[in-house]
Design a protein around this ligand. Structure first.
Ligand SMILES: *Cc1c(COP(=O)(O)O)cnc(C)c1O
Length: 429
């Protein structure tokens, strides 16, 4: 490459800038106490009350500048919503093509459950096989923009794999701390992408403490969910996409498998922003949180009428994405669920593991156990009368089944007496 052809910045691995497209970012403030912090600096939680910081945008100006129809011509990634994402310069965007996943009509599951307008938001198609790619793409881009030189993350599994990939693409070292019994695929992908992987005796909250200590000691920037404000912004694009994909009309209900809660919190924020932009009206879907029976702090707090959840003791579930016994954004989730007229419900591990096959065979979609849990919840809420079969419902398949190979049944090989001697055996699951 000649010098003239070399990009001005070594980090420039992105598409050429389109000058009128820019972020309308104009603030960062605490969602609990309102305390304002400097927006263009690496920040974690509120310095005053230690709760969740949230990005703000000049939505009045954007309302004039960006009619929703202008989105149609844009790339099919979450960066199509660039104006409401917190990255100022295009050259800082670290993208692997995340977002704008299909919203698939679920006719097979619809037949099985009686729902006539059922959809699956297929998040397993994101880079690294889960929707964690969304939040991590935005968080890594923003961290790069604000000068971070290393990244650290506590993870229940998929966030670590996603960070490993995006950090590799950004050229930043990253440190991933995960419970020792995290699914194998998550460990393998971290190693594959060159992350520094540490296995921890304990759960994600124990990993979180170690990452906070390392951040305080200057070893890395902490990109924990909702302790870093960019991840929720990446996840909120799921709300923008659902609206856009349904012709700017929101569904009656969204069923979402909930761990740290970034998705519920993010989508709820997206709906508010879109209304202020004049893109949607005031109608909202019922936000329905699904947790595993063995780890259900949000369901417990919802049922008890509390705004904060207690640490869930002896948390256990094979749906690693739901193995989050305590969440800093509990009040934001619970506020959104209640304001939407939604609910929170538990599903047992044996129910959703069995549902993975049902889901896969009905739709041709590879469902994470967390995704399959939404189908079980759908049936329970139909049976209780909370949902009606003519409701328009979106299920979130948050990841791909192959990331949980331990749970997949390889089937019983049985000897065939094949006409063709090259056929060794027959397998059926
Ligand atoms: C992280 C994760 C969840 C939980 O998502 P939150 O937005 O943090 O609540 C659900 N499913 C999968 C597959 C995950 O990786």
């Amino acid at each position: 490459m000649t010098d003239a052809a070399r990009p001005a910045d070594a980090n420039d691995r992105t598409v050429p800038d389109r000058p009128p497209v820019r972020s309308y970012l104009n603030g960062l403030a605490c969602s609990m106490c309102g305390h304002e912090v400097e927006v263009d600096r690496l920040q974690n939680t509120c310095p005053s009350c230690n709760r969740v910081l949230t990005y703000r945008y000049d939505l009045d100006a954007l309302r004039e500048a960006l009619p929703r129809e202008a989105l149609r011509a844009r790339d099919a990634t979450l960066w199509r919503y660039r104006e409401v994402l917190p990255v100022r310069e295009t050259r800082h965007i670290v993208s692997l093509g995340e977002g704008m996943t299909p919203l698939l009509p679920a006719l097979g599951l619809g037949d099985l459950t009686g729902f006539r307008q059922l959809y699956v938001k297929e998040e397993g198609l994101n880079p690294t096989g889960s929707f964690k790619a969304r939040g991590i793409s935005v968080a890594v881009s923003r961290a790069l923009e604000l000068g971070a030189t290393a990244l650290g993350i506590p993870t229940a599994g998929n966030a670590g794999g996603a960070l490993a990939a995006y950090a590799a693409r950004a050229g930043l070292p990253c440190y991933v701390l995960m419970p020792e019994d995290t699914p194998l695929a998550n460990k393998l992908e971290c190693v594959l992408y060159g992350a520094h992987l540490y296995l921890v005796k304990g759960l994600i909250n124990d990993c979180g403490r170690i990452v906070r200590e390392g951040a305080a000691a200057g070893r890395w920037f902490d990109v924990s969910t909702l302790r870093e404000p960019g991840r929720a912004e990446g996840k909120k694009t799921m709300g923008y996409e659902i609206a856009e994909q349904l012709g700017w009309e929101l569904p009656d209900a969204i069923i979402y498998p909930t761990g740290g809660g970034t998705g519920i919190v993010g989508m709820w924020k997206a709906f508010d922003e879109m209304e202020r932009l004049g893109w949607i009206g005031s109608r909202r879907p019922k936000m329905i949180s699904v947790q595993a029976e063995g780890c259900a702090p949000i369901v417990q707090a919802f049922d008890a009428g509390e705004r904060h959840a207690k640490l869930f003791q002896n948390a256990h579930t094979v749906a690693s994405g739901l193995r989050v016994p305590v969440a800093i954004g509990d009040y934001l989730m619970l506020d959104a669920i209640r304001a939407s007229g939604g609910t929170a419900i538990t599903v047992r591990d044996d129910e959703f593991v069995a549902a993975m096959k049902v889901f896969a065979r009905a739709e041709g979609i590879s469902p994470a156990p967390e995704g399959a849990a939404t189908m079980v919840a759908l049936q329970k809420l139909r049976d209780s009368g909370f949902l009606k079969t003519d409701d328009r419902v979106v299920l979130f398949n948050t990841g791909a089944a192959w990331k949980y190979s331990e749970l997949l049944d390889p089937g019983d090989p049985s000897t065939l007496d094949p006409a063709d001697p090259h056929v060794l055996s027959r397998i059926e699951g």
